[in-house]
Design a binder for this molecule. Structure first.
Ligand code: SF4
Length: 920
């Protein structure tokens, strides 16, 4: 690490990779993987590697605003505090709510939860993590008596069988996926099974892929449990001494999934494949079952989680190296939110709202005037209550529910009718800030200090390396200031994130006596310098473990994020990962957190999804991520590199369904459900199961017209966790058939005549893809004003083939391309996007050949057209890979050696393999 590097963590997914931010000589920033962070040991995926491209201040919220007017912090905070007080006095504490986020740091989360549950006296605080992993929380609590993730990442490398259920780790947890693949490369006996309705990039690398029918996971795992019983593969000692409820669980498994053929028929799988999976699981002791949103985001998500955990408890494969059920969380600090009670049905420090002793304990610790007595409203219900006018004031922190919640148009309508909407965010324009009465500018990643917890319970520091811009403030400061103005100043006198962390750690240890899983007593007395230099550590870390910690940095003179070499953790060792600090593995002593100390097997009755496809809506819609974007694109949408792999919202559909729906490849189509509609571009692929379609979750009104897929999604929720069914909504699909399509480079806004548009960040600036239902009367592109009129010194070149309906025009300044339009009436517009994007980024005047090529719409023979991006880490396009294949590259590793492609995060390896197969 250089002398100026600041060690922090990536703000994207729950892997929680460590990164080093370093100043470049030109004053910019470089972000690279931290070789000393145990989660990634220096690796980064494409998103993490592009972090330095997302640090600009474009569209940052820099000043408080009240009803669209810039105001001082005092005015804004006084207004929020007075309005919350007024509404509570008039209607009671249940009339207000906080909706928070897995993007918040633990310290921010802690303060917001304390204000709501201990001082306002209600529990209407819920988090967007409700949407990604609350079924895992509920499943853990049912099985273990606490929300404790059993495994560590090192277990992924110690396992002989890795089962991934509803997890496209190659795209969504790429660094963990790389660790799994490296483990298999080092020990070829390691096998990977992928269970997913879609043949994803993860499935493409699997030794066995089970493309099960959406929503049938509980059948598959009930079948496995029954198979383990029938094959006498149970760990009876563990069952007898460490668990309860197994007889009922076995009976439910037997009754619902009596045979492999019955399971195969219900899941839409080949019976031989099911039998092979069951054999692999039965015969392999060291099994880790990873699961993610494909399991959690379901109206039976909690049951799915427990059906998986049942199989691990039945075999005693938990709490030992290389074994266990492993929930991979989506957001960077979903776990931190769980620790502080960011969910409406939890108290702080993993204590339970429905436990009077816990309520009493927290209230005494906080010395608070009140404590919430009952669970608050979970996310979907919270916004329904806003819509009914029962919640009259809502404060949304660092999240965008108008895009991400199901039935998103109803959420938008609810906020539009709400008496007071406060949004604290670092972004000025989102679909949610558009509805805010008060906007509070928060600090962003790189500007704020605090901690996050990743999927393996590892707490890491986020450290500031950028000066906070404008009047931005930390979220914890904003909440504390409102609390102070509401009359609770004594309890919110924090001067720093470290103050809050100490209190959070002390509460976790308060009257704990080893009875609660979450215990940070070993960090309760941490001083400012040690907090500043805190290295990644896994909870639980009770006070008794303090002595086993390596020296904290309190004895060092160095500033934050500059540990001396003497304190560096050991280098990564192949196969076992970097040494952990704290507790690497839960339940190693066979003790769980239910009264009596036993784990519980839960009898599972498989249930169909909440709403089945029918004649009117014959397809099941699945939603999820694309490889290089994150959430609602507020950060990744700024990067040309990250925008290149999937520039437009797509709709993936099986060839048979496409034919039945009259769809062809690359056509725009409208997907529609009983709740709403969205538009995307059709990709026909047999990676989809027949009857199921997929659309990504990222696009919103800032980036596209009518592409918020969550407007389409059924708001049904799991009865235990309240997690919405984001992966199974009955829909129908129809072609859009626009009268024209166009791509406009160097233009910020879509043509006024557009019925559909998408904004994309490119190397040469922004571009817009647009389509309209009526051809402009004036005739595009120039006469209709799609390009600005040429200024003095600018030159306009144009081409029109009226008969064929093709139009091209370019605006040149000093010979350099400033803007251009490719438009097509009807027909099929397929410009060479990457070539044109390259021309837009040219610093030199265009050659005559380039000008001719522009008007002909074809790259010149010797022109560079790398083709659509495949490898974002090294910027390698499809055409370049195909050329390397023609030049003799035969394998993905050959391509890696020749072009680097696929050799970093590996998310594109499946795509490279497909290209090589197609080329051979
Ligand atoms: Fe960030 Fe990628 Fe690591 Fe996730 S896997 S934390 S997105 S670098």
């Amino acid at each position: 690490m250089s002398a100026t590097a600041v060690a922090t963590t990536c703000p994207y997914c729950g892997v929680g990779c460590g990164v080093l931010a370093e100043r470049r000589p030109d004053g910019g920033w470089r972000v690279r993987g931290d070789p000393d962070h145990p989660a990634n040991a220096g690796r980064l995926c494409s998103k993490g590697a592009a972090l330095a491209e997302t640090l600009d201040l474009e569209d940052r919220l820099l000043h408080p605003e009240l009803r669209g007017r810039r105001v001082s912090w005092n005015v804004a905070l006084d207004h929020v505090a007075a309005e919350f007080k007024r509404i509570i006095q008039a209607h009671g504490p249940q009339a207000v709510a906080f909706y928070v986020s897995g993007q918040l740091l633990t310290e921010d989360y802690y303060v917001a939860n304390k204000l709501m549950k201990g001082y306002l006296g209600a529990a209407n605080i819920d988090t967007n993590s409700r949407l990604c992993m609350s079924s895992s929380v509920a499943g853990h609590q049912r099985a273990f008596g606490a929300d404790a993730v059993p495994c560590s990442y090192a277990d992924l490398e110690l396992a002989d069988l890795l089962v991934l259920v509803g997890s496209n780790a190659a795209w969504c947890h790429p660094v963990l996926w790389q660790r799994m693949l490296e483990s298999r490369r080092a020990r070829p006996e390691v096998k990977i099974v992928v269970i997913d309705p879609r043949r994803t990039a993860t499935a493409a690398e699997a030794d066995l892929f089970l493309p099960l029918r959406s929503g049938t996971d509980t059948m598959l795992f009930n079948g496995l449990l029954h198979h383990l019983n029938r094959e006498s593969a149970l760990n009876w000692s563990f069952l007898e001494h460490r668990t309860e409820g197994y007889a009922a669980a076995f009976a439910a498994a037997r009754d619902s999934a009596p045979s492999i053929p019955a399971v195969a028929a219900a899941c839409g799988l080949d019976a031989e494949d099911v039998a092979r999976f069951y054999r692999m699981f039965t015969r392999t002791e060291r099994v880790v079952t990873c699961y993610s949103q494909g399991v959690n985001q379901s109206s039976s998500g909690t049951d799915k989680v427990n059906s998986i955990i049942n199989c691990h408890l039945a075999t005693g494969r938990i709490g030992r190296p290389g074994m266990g059920p492993f929930s991979l969380t989506g957001q960077p600090n979903a776990m931190g939110g769980r620790e502080v009670g960011g969910l409406a049905n939890q108290l702080a420090a993993h204590m339970h709202l429905d436990n009077p002793d816990h309520r009493d304990c927290v209230q005494r610790f906080w010395k608070s005037p009140v404590i919430a007595q009952t669970a608050g409203l979970k996310a979907v219900d919270m916004f329904r209550a806003v819509g009914r006018g029962e919640i009259k004031a809502v404060w949304i922190m660092a999240t965008n529910p108008v895009v991400s919640l199901p039935d998103a148009d109803a959420v938008r309508a609810a906020l539009a009718g709400c008496e007071l909407v406060v949004v604290s965010d670092c972004v000025r324009h989102t679909d949610t800030t558009a509805l805010a009465h008060v906007l509070l500018p928060a600090q962003a990643w790189g500007e704020k200090e605090g901690t996050v917890t990743n999927s393996e319970r590892r707490i890491s520091r986020q450290r500031a390396f950028l000066a906070p811009p404008g009047e931005t403030r930390p979220d914890w400061w904003i909440v504390s200031e409102v609390a102070r103005r509401m009359g609770f100043g004594d309890a919110f006198r924090y001067q720093s994130a470290a103050d809050i962390f100490r209190e959070h750690a002390a509460l976790s240890a308060y009257e704990n006596h080893n009875r609660r899983d979450f215990d940070l007593g070993g960090l309760a007395g941490i001083d400012d310098d040690s907090y500043d230099a805190l290295r990644p550590v896994q909870w639980p870390l009770p006070a008794a473990m303090r002595e086993r910690l390596p020296l904290p940095l309190r004895e060092r003179a160095g500033g934050r994020g500059k540990p001396s070499p003497a304190d560096s953790p050991p280098s990564p060792r192949k196969g076992v990962g970097v040494e952990s600090r704290g507790t690497a593995r839960m339940f190693a002593d066979g003790r769980f957190f239910h009264p009596g100390g036993r784990a519980r097997l839960v009898p599972i009755q498989p249930r169909p999804p909440a709403c089945a496809p029918d004649e009117e809506y014959p397809l099941a819609l699945n939603t999820g991520r694309v490889r290089d974007h994150w959430h609602t694109m507020t950060r990744t949408g700024k990067s040309a590199r990250l925008s290149a792999h999937a520039p437009e919202p797509c709709i993936d559909i099986h060839p048979a369904d496409a034919e039945r729906s009259g769809l062809v490849r690359d056509q725009l189509a409208c997907i529609e459900s009983r709740w709403g509609s969205a538009v995307g571009r059709v990709r026909i692929s047999d990676a989809q199961r027949p009857g199921e379609v997929f659309m990504p979750m990222h696009w919103n009104d800032q980036y596209a017209a009518r592409a918020r897929v969550d407007a389409v999604v059924n708001p049904a929720v799991d009865p235990h966790s309240g997690q919405p069914e984001l992966k199974h909504t009955p829909v129908r699909i129809a072609p859009l058939r626009p009268a024209w399509e166009a791509v406009l480079f160097g233009v910020a806004d879509p043509p006024a005549e557009s019925a559909h548009w998408v904004r994309v960040r490119g190397n040469g600036g922004g571009r817009v893809h647009a389509a309209g239902l009526q051809w402009p009367r004036a005739g595009p592109p120039v006469a209709a004003g799609w390009l600005p009129p040429p200024a003095p010194g600018e030159e306009l070149i144009e081409y029109a083939d009226v008969a064929a309906g093709r139009y091209r025009a370019a605006l040149l300044r000093g010979g350099r391309l400033r803007a251009c339009v490719f438009a097509m009436r009807g027909g099929d517009l397929r410009p060479h996007i990457e070539w044109l994007d390259g021309l837009m980024g040219h610093q030199q005047p265009l050659s005559v050949a380039d000008r001719m090529a522009l008007l002909s719409g074809q790259p010149p023979r010797n022109g560079v057209d790398a083709g659509p991006l495949v490898c974002a880490c090294f910027g390698v396009g499809r055409n370049t890979i195909l050329k390397a294949a023609r030049d003799g590259c035969r394998s993905v590793d050959d391509i890696g050696r020749a072009l680097n492609a696929g050799s970093n995060c590996g998310s594109c390896r499946a795509e490279i393999r497909e290209l090589l197969n197609a080329a051979s």
